[in-house]
Design a binder for this molecule. Structure first.
Ligand code: C2O
Ligand code: CU
Length: 574
């Protein structure tokens, strides 16, 4: 056999071995990683709450929507049929979607909306997430009613890193508006004024017994004396962070944002929109009825919903009429109570659940987070001073393009976005002091930040005292990140990092940047794609408190964005 021929045979053999190897891996994978299929119909459905009936957008007619239940590392295919009145997209909040931004969902960031009468199949790829996450619509304010839980159980054959609870229950906190949510945000954006606040908060779709016409339908959780329950709490509220507690019962928080933490025993939690917390509760009080309650934490001078939603924790075998005792939650503006809780969060960081905090930072961003104004001619708007309310990151108010950024980036289309989101504010001022009118008026643009694959990234978010300073729950798609530090006042390059926790910082996807303070996060940029970053207070996102981080492809196919799916919803302007 000639040398050449031999080489050819070896080459073919090598090719076959590679193929076999791939197949083998697939076989092995198929045993432990399952595939799930869901069929969802987006449609208008009548719901009656607070004494009145209105039509809301739902998935399969339910509010909150259906639960996605998987094991760690599974994949879910969700076919979404839109039978509603307008275009919608769905986002899998906290699911990293390795190399797969195509199914991430934010409207006109990674895809154009699924138009009424059409459908789109999301491929939701789970990787290291474990615990609770959630999904929600990511188009205008549709997420108010289009959301649900994602439960990620340990991989088959593995167990929780805490004693197996007797039973589990999902608790979804949400906002209820008597009016039409899409009309509320449209009107606010047209006039420049604050959008209406919600009329109630809900627990699993029910406002609870403190609201009109809601007593009978209050959500109830039956418990048995002596048993321990796992409550998966999701904050799907639109515009307020929340304090949550159960009368006379301690909460032991064991996981957050789809990752385990060192158990925290507390009588209340502070949970921001976007966050999830897994909490153990043992029923060991005098058998009776106990209120589960959730109410806003707002440490700013802004309009908010100051009502309280309740559910009832009810012991089995109790006399028919017992009083329901209520928890004492911190006052709505108790900043210290919020911070005391948040500062206790630590990753579990065990042998089975290790963490890996970046220590050699190769890319640094310093981002101011502000509420702003846009000038209206002749003070013709309904916001402060006749201006329009706005919001920004590094004083750039994000403008959503009409063609999705992912497509424009992947296909090299010009004129959709620019690559000049600044690494730090272009104008330095006393961010948390007397800010005067400095940077009150932001610039407008679709500015994104490109970073290299493999960069060890640090972002310092700096809250500012512009307009009304407040806590901002910042969320990044495509990653979980470590919250390595936070503090009040201006971030100081020398002294602030001295307080960093690089040992066991919590690994999360949404963090509250303290009012007039700062927060530092770190992550490894190992997920190539186009990833939205924004405040999870919906009015701030609507005003432009957003940007996009593009992680470039790495050197190999395995470190590059997956090819696009065969069908993507068309953009009206492409
Ligand atoms: Cu929970 Cu951009 O989303
Ligand atoms: Cu905000």
């Amino acid at each position: 056999m000639g040398f050449m021929k031999m080489g050819f045979v070896l080459g073919v053999l090598g090719f076959m071995i590679t193929l076999l190897d791939d197949r083998l891996q697939l076989c092995v994978a198929a045993k432990s990683k399952n595939v799930h299929y869901y069929d969802w119909v987006l449609k208008e459905t009548n719901y009656t709450r607070l004494c009145s009936t209105k039509s809301i957008l739902t998935v399969n007619g339910s509010f909150p929507g259906p639960t996605i239940l998987v094991h760690k590392g599974d994949t879910a295919y969700v076919k979404v049929h839109n039978q509603g009145l307008y275009g919608v997209t769905i986002h899998w909040h906290g699911v990293k979607q390795p190399r797969n931004p195509w199914s991430d969902g934010p409207e006109n960031i990674t895809q154009c909306p699924i138009k009424p009468g059409s459908s789109f199949t999301y491929e939701v790829i789970f990787s290291d997430e474990e615990g609770t996450l959630w999904w929600h619509a990511h188009s205008d304010w549709t997420r108010a009613t289009v959301h649900g839980a994602i439960i990620i159980l340990p991989a088959l054959g593995k167990t929780y890193p805490f004693p197996t609870p007797y039973a589990e229950e999902t608790i979804i906190l949400a906002s209820w508006f008597k009016g039409d949510v899409m009309a509320i945000i449209e009107e606010a954006l047209a006039t420049g004024a604050d959008p209406n606040v919600s009329d109630a908060f809900t627990i699993n779709g029910q406002p609870g017994d403190l609201y009109d016409c809601s007593n009978e339908t209050t959500y109830r959780i039956a418990v048995k004396y002596g048993k321990t329950y796992l409550f998966r709490i999701i904050n799907a509220v639109m515009n307020e962070e929340h304090f949550f507690g159960i009368a006379k019962h301690n909460l032991t928080v064991v996981a957050m944002d789809g990752a385990y933490i060192k158990p925290i025993t507390t009588d209340y939690i502070m949970i921001t929109p976007g966050q999830t917390m897994d909490v153990l509760v043992t029923a060991k009080q005098t058998p009776g009825r106990y209120h589960i309650a959730s109410t806003a934490f707002v440490d700013a001078d802004v309009a908010f919903d100051n009502s309280t939603t309740t559910a009832i924790l009810q012991y089995s075998n109790i006399a028919k009429y017992t009083n329901t005792s209520s928890p004492t939650l911190p006052d709505y503006n108790d900043k210290a109570a919020a911070e005391n809780f948040t500062n206790r969060l630590r990753s579990l960081a065990s042998r089975d659940h290790p963490i890996n905090v970046p220590k050699k930072i190769t890319k640094r961003l310093f981002i101011t987070v502000s509420v702003n104004q846009l000038v209206c001619p002749n003070a013709s708007c309904d916001g402060p001073d006749g201006n329009r309310l706005s919001a920004s990151l590094n004083n750039v108010s994000f403008v959503t393009p009409s063609i999705d950024i992912l497509q424009a980036y992947y296909r090299n289309l010009n004129g959709v976005f620019t690559k000049n989101f600044p690494d730090e504010p272009t104008y330095i001022f006393n961010f948390t002091g007397d800010v005067g009118n400095n940077t009150l008026y932001p610039s407008l643009g679709t500015k994104v930040k490109l970073i290299n694959y493999g960069d060890e990234v640090e972002i310092v978010y700096q809250g500012t005292n512009l307009m009304s300073a407040e806590n901002h729950p910042m969320h990044l798609h495509g990653f979980s990140f470590y919250l390595v530090g936070n503090g009040t006042g201006n971030f100081d390059k020398k002294t602030s990092p001295q307080s960093y926790n690089l040992v066991d910082p919590p690994k999360v996807n949404t963090i509250g940047v303290p009012k007039n303070g700062w927060a530092t996060i770190r992550f490894l940029a190992d997920n190539p794609g186009v990833w939205f970053m924004h405040c999870h207070l919906e009015r701030h996102a609507s005003w432009g408190m957003n940007t996009v981080i593009i992680v470039k492809n790495g050197p190999t196919k395995q470190t590059s964005i997956l090819p696009p799916p065969p069908y993507l919803p068309p953009c009206s302007k492409s």
